[in-house]
Design a binder for this molecule. Structure first.
Ligand code: NDP
Length: 326
């Protein structure tokens, strides 16, 4: 028997409770993993509270990422005792996920734990950190380099945003962190590597098609009006990597930044990201994140505290990353 957070649906609302399950109840898959750590991402918040239509089949074990040790494998790439990491691929959405002491998944969805990282560190990074790395790589691929000017990170106190600040700083970029919690989080954001911290209220009036050019590039985790404003403020030849929708999934912009300033909008998805690109991103994460990052990255909670944390992340009340110890 093992413990898992199980989501069930009653009268169209989602109920989350810790239950004891039997290994025979696990879904099909080639590799069974003893999960050491999972984490809470914004999408987990949507799934666990039922506020986003993330889960369609109940009962479901949520948790879009995990790190652990192989205890059974029918795939020659993985042996008992191997340490592995999983992010994305719809796990925790339509296949039982990482908020459980055991998980059974397809071998194709796993990557070996990156040398130089512990299981715990890999989940401090988690889906959020992988996504931040993919955003940074998208900016680099678009030719945005440190000498071009400042890089803006929106939703900077959040999981993706906070790792993006650390990674950009490690690569020599000058980072400006935009947050709705300046008073509370400015010292932390500066310690993580932001040169300046600005209030997201500065982005609250309606965006004009083109505004004063501030940003050589940006990583946007919030979408909606804020992304539209960032695009209007991006310098000639700049690029914006967009990965999130914490403010909304709409984008009330115009073509002006694209056709008059050669600005690029770069879409970033980590869920279906091909394995080669994932492995490259994990290598970079292990290389770039300093030991000090893991000490100040966030909090570690137990399985029974997860539903409370799921509510908090949707209210924008969580700072940095939340690790779950199984
Ligand atoms: P978090 O909740 O940790 O971070 C989101 C941050 O956005 C908050 O901390 C807050 O930062 C800011 N924010 C919240 N509400 C608003 C609002 N109404 N307007 C403006 N800013 C707001 O979430 P994650 O970091 O886990 O995820 C961030 C986004 O990225 C989510 O939308 C998530 O779905 C998406 N995502 C996408 C992935 C992909 O593959 N494309 C993978 C992972 C995440 P502050 O207080 O500093 O302003």
């Amino acid at each position: 028997m093992f413990q898992a957070l199980v989501l069930r649906q009653q009268d169209k609302s989602t109920l989350a409770a810790v239950e004891s399950l039997d290994e025979s109840q696990l879904p099909d898959g080639e590799v069974t993993v003893k999960v050491d750590y999972s984490s809470i991402n914004y999408k987990d918040g949507l799934a666990i509270t039922g506020k986003g239509r993330i889960i369609r089949n109940f009962p479901m074990v949520p948790g879009i990422d995990f790190a652990g040790t192989v205890i059974e494998s029918a795939d020659e790439r993985y042996q008992v005792g191997d340490q592995v990491v999983l992010t994305g691929w719809g796990v925790g959405e339509n296949h039982w996920g990482g908020l459980a002491q055991k998980a059974r998944v397809k071998a194709d969805w796993l990557v070996p734990l990156q040398a130089g990282l512990t299981s715990e560190q890999s989940m401090v990074i988690g889906t959020a950190g992988l996504t931040a790395m993919l955003c940074v790589q998208a900016l680099q691929d678009a030719g945005v380099s440190p000498e071009n000017g400042e890089i803006l990170v929106t939703g900077a106190s959040g999981g993706v945003g906070s790792v993006a600040v650390v990674l950009l700083n490690a690569l020599g970029y000058r980072v400006v962190a935009a947050t709705g919690r300046v008073e509370e989080n400015e010292p932390l954001l500066k310690r993580l590597g932001a040169e300046r911290v600005i209030d997201r209220a500065e982005f609250s009036d309606d965006p004009k098609p083109l505004e004063k050019q501030f940003w050589a590039g940006a990583i946007d985790t919030v979408g909606s009006k804020m992304l539209a404003k960032v695009l209007a403020q991006t310098q000639y030849n700049g690029a914006v990597a967009a990965c999130g929708l914490a403010q909304g999934f709409d984008l009330p912009t115009t073509v002006m930044p694209f056709i008059l300033r050669n600005v690029s909008l770069l879409g970033v998805d980590s869920v279906m990201c091909p394995t080669n690109k994932r492995l490259q991103a994990w290598q970079q994460l292990a290389k770039l994140l300093p030991a000090s990052y893991f000490e100040q990255s966030g909090q570690c909670i137990s399985l029974k505290k997860v539903p409370h944390c799921a509510e908090a992340i949707l209210k924008g009340q969580v700072t940095g990353r939340t690790l779950v110890k199984l």
